[in-house]
Design a protein around this ligand. Sequence first.
Ligand code: PMP
Length: 425
Amino acid sequence: MTIANSRDRALRERAAAVIPGGMYGHQAVGLLPDDYPQFFERGEGARIWDVDGNGYLDMMCAYGPNLFGYANPEIDAAYVRQLSLGDTLTGPTELMVRLAEEMVAMVSHADWAMFCKNGTDATSMALVAARAQTRRKTIVRAKGAYHGAAPWCTPRGAGVLDTDRANQIFCDYNDVASLEAAVAQAGDDLAAIFAAPFKHDAFIDQAMPDPAYARRARELCDARGAMLVVDEVRAGLRLSRDCSWSLVGVKPDLSTWGKCLANGHALSALMGADSARKGAAAIYVTGSFWYQAAPMAAALETMRLVRETDYLDRLASLGERLRAGLAERAAAAGFGLRQTGPVQMPLFLFDDDPDLRKGFFWSSRMLERGVYVHPWHNMFLCAAMTEADIDGLLDAAEASFADLKRQGPALEPVEKMAFLAGAPR
Ligand code: PMP
């Protein structure tokens, strides 16, 4: 281990005593290489610094929230300005209405918006609103797709009852026949089909939505009077200024948004068409912090940057540069590296790497060279990245491929990922 990590180690020990498991949820580093830091001190632009002072080009962007750079001066100034006026008050400010108006103007399927804090709030509201609208129970969703951490959708079974998971039928993403079979099984009780914008499950290759699959989901919902929900929490605003299924010509009834909506400030949203308005108006949903004005001020500034800058083109061109450059360097070093998903949200997986031993070794070498990549989760580009950042990443990648080649057969198995070896990939 060559990166300094003594403060991180000390914090982990303290955390183990006062935080169950030391750390929980998707930002726990238990399934990352051992040298990955758990604790950070600050972020600026496209970079983060861990508690030991090591700086990295951050290819995770906080798992999505960082779209226009950490500590973005314009967005954070709007946030701070509103803090001094009032944040959590007895009711919302005008900003809530303005934000709903601006988002409705931007998202073509939507006629209304409701705000909450986390992606899970938004997806859980979508579930309840769809059931209230249709007065039916069953939802169809794709196996392996993540929609949050509430009992109805958490990927871990501990503490979850079968009844929490009731009335859900699973299909295979992009498989029209499997979708049709799931919908047929729901019979006349289909409340909603939940869809991810693209297949962005952990550990496996990503896949873009087959337009025929997306269209069939819309047709099936129309034929049965059910709601189509697109969960944009992860992909929102990175692929399009609209709901990303607009790219395949499909408009949902409901869409869920979070993560980068306020560039890292706590805000998420459920958006809907008039077809879902009655159900949304009927449900009781709220939270003490849901109407905070400062994150809404940050979101309005984020929306302005979304409208007025060429950030989407930049993300795409940086992503293309990364994908082409990495393919070239991997091939030159003799490695099969699968790069899947949209270029703005890439995932890298090595061929013939069932327990991720190549991926872990290479990622560790990248980390040591100041680039934080993830060995099995999709990554995120942000508009604060530059061509020089991508070129720096590619140089680090080349050197890390060379290290991997030298290591060759001496590569250590990754015990903690052995569970993947037998799993379908
Ligand atoms: N849906 C998707 C597609 C997500 O990626 C996530 C978070 N990774 C969520 C829902 C849940 O969002 P949150 O963690 O903010 O509750």
